[in-house]
Design a protein around this ligand. Structure first.
Ligand SMILES: [Zn+2]
Length: 138
């Protein structure tokens, strides 16, 4: 089981992200994005972007990761690497919030080779679901 206390194999994560971008569906922007997430049980889950003719409905690579995360048993995300057209990129603002819910403030993102906590990339994030209290008490 991978934990932040254990070394993260960033090269393997970056390689998985680069492989994932080859599956991208990006006929409109031609910006092929791949991402890969290290899960707390050691799994590496890749994802790619899937564009749509409406543009606004385009799914980022991180969205594919989250779907696959839950399809394969869930877990917490420890680290993420992303590439776009073979260049290091960071998750967009929307995806930073999506990742926060499943990895939290300490999730590490590869920022041009520097592991960076999500709390730096998304200060004052909207709280995780677990932080909500049901006002009805039920
Ligand atoms: Zn995104």
């Amino acid at each position: 089981m991978a934990t932040p206390a254990q070394p993260i194999d960033w090269q393997t994560l970056r390689t998985a992200a680069r492989a994932a971008q080859q599956h991208s569906y990006a006929p409109y922007s031609k910006f092929r994005v791949g991402a890969a997430a290290l899960i707390d049980d050691g799994r590496i889950i890749p994802g790619c972007n899937v564009e749509n003719a409406s543009y606004g409905l385009t799914l980022c690579a991180e969205c594919a990761i989250l779907g696959a995360l839950f399809m394969s048993g869930g877990g917490r995300i420890i680290a993420v690497a992303c590439v776009g057209n073979d260049t290091d990129v960071t998750p967009c603002g929307r995806c930073r919030q999506l990742l926060w819910e499943h990895g939290g403030a300490n999730l590490l993102v590869d920022v041009e080779g520097t592991p960076t906590p999500l709390s730096i990339l998304l200060p004052a994030a909207f709280p995780e679901h677990s932080n909500f209290e049901n006002p009805s008490g039920s």
